[in-house]
Design a protein around this ligand. Structure first.
Ligand code: HMG
Length: 385
């Protein structure tokens, strides 16, 4: 049975910072951000958007009334949870109007969470082929003002509808995964921001890729020429490029050129958004599918997922007949093009705003489809416009 992605979309908040402005404000050469890190714009989330509203805004675009009756599970991959107990998936389930006899829960392992959710969804559909699973990756990637990781921040969500006989791509049964207990990036429960060992995180990312890639080749017999494109978790666009460059010498020049071209297409959206944490791999996949003119039915895409801490996975997918008609390229490109640019003092103000704590109340206005309307007695109330 073919199982995979039937519908796919993303949502990013409507505010951004230009990386040249950020470089000037931080007395850094703009080339470091644009070329050294590979980022042009960075999404900034207003206080009225959290992982619930970002996720609901992403999913609302793709779900039909029939989908809402047929979804059995809502799984949110995130590392930006706001509650130790209640899962964001429960609120998203209600906002989207999904039938009540469903499971809704969160999964966590840094940027790897949504990949775990996707594989769990695939396993569920193999037992329940007439049903559907909604996977959401939703995060606010925040390192703090003036921090080393500041140019690699971002925010946004991905929504993935997993079904049998999918209309975008099938997920192959070839996953190779790896767990290594390290501290390259982590966020203690008391802290608003992660602690990160930048050089170690870069090193572990590359080494993890090398390990799962090598084992995947051994298990499947597939090598670089068998792939039409490779997609990577993209904490910043230079990172995936380094991973790709580490294996390109394994193949001929034509394949190298093809994979580099596809990689550039896969980072088009991320260059303008930044790190989505658990959604980053899938933003790369959407960018590849919507920007590239070279992919066709049967094209094979390899995907590398990495979550600090660290868990990684390499798996492959195959495009199916009619995949182009399922994409939301125009809508996504309009979303990116119609955002408001923030001057650096405005960004610093927006970034520093927080929701009330300890039972205090506040009301907000935001024209987005789903947003936070008010906070009262430590409950977030959501508005649908
Ligand atoms: P840094 O110290 O600001 O930068 O840290 P750098 O000095 O390492 O320079 C970065 C690159 O810019 C270098 O290129 C420089 O040469 C170049 P490279 O050697 O890497 O090819 N450069 C310039 N290029 C052109 N013109 C110039 C110029 N100056 C310098 N004038 C770092 C950068 C990414 C480490 C930092 O921003 C950071 O800590 N970010 C957060 C951590 C991160 O993203 N790690 C990635 C791997 S871990 C991961 O992916 C998981 C994660 O998503 C979390 C999760 O799983 O939940 C992060």
């Amino acid at each position: 049975m073919n199982i995979g992605i039937d519908k796919l979309s993303f949502y990013v908040p409507n505010l951004y910072v230009d990386m040249t402005d950020l470089a000037h404000a931080r007395e850094t050469d703009p080339d470091k951000f644009h070329i050294g890190i590979g980022q042009d714009k960075m999404a900034v989330s207003p206080v009225t958007q959290d992982i619930v509203t970002l996720g609901a805004n992403a999913a609302a675009k793709i779900l039909s009334d029939t989908d809402k009756k047929e979804i059995d599970m809502v799984i949110v991959g995130t590392e930006s949870s706001t509650d130790y107990s209640k899962a964001s998936a429960v609120s998203i389930h209600r906002l989207l109007g999904i039938q009540p006899f469903a499971r809704s829960f969160e999964v966590k392992e840094a940027c790897y969470g949504a990949t775990a959710a996707l594989q769990m969804a695939k396993d569920y559909i193999s037992e329940h082929p007439t049903r559907k699973v909604l996977v959401i990756a939703s995060d606010l990637s925040r390192y703090g003002l003036h921090s080393g990781g500041e140019p690699t921040q971002g925010a946004g969500a991905i929504a993935i509808l997993v079904t049998s006989d999918p209309r975008i791509l099938t997920l192959e049964n070839d996953s190779v995964f790896l767990t290594e207990d390290i501290y390259d990036f982590w966020r203690p429960s008391y802290s608003d921001f992660p602690i990160v060992d930048g050089p170690l995180s870069n090193e572990t990312y590359i080494q993890s890729f090398g390990k799962v890639w090598t084992r995947h080749k051994e298990v499947t017999g597939l090598a670089l020429p068998d792939y039409d494109a490779l997609c990577f978790h993209i904490p910043y666009t230079k990172m995936g490029k380094k991973a790709l460059l580490s294996v390109l010498p394994e193949t001929d020049e034509t394949t190298q050129e093809r994979l580099m071209k596809r990689y550039e297409e896969s980072i088009t959206y991320s260059r303008n958004v930044g790190n989505l944490y658990t959604g980053s791999l899938f933003l790369g996949l959407i960018s590849l599918l919507e920007v590239s003119q070279e992919l066709e039915v049967g094209s094979t895409i390899g995907l590398f997922s990495y979550g600090s801490g660290a868990v990684s996975e390499f798996f492959s997918a195959r495009l199916v007949k009619g995949f182009k008609e399922q994409l939301l390229a125009n809508e996504h490109q309009a979303l990116l093009n119609n955002r408001k640019k923030l001057a650096i003092p405005e960004y610093e103000e927006v970034f520093s705003q927080t929701l009330p704590k300890h039972g205090e109340a506040a009301e907000f206005s935001d024209q987005t489809r789903f947003s936070i309307e008010k906070v009262e007695n430590d409950i977030r109330y959501y508005r649908e416009n």
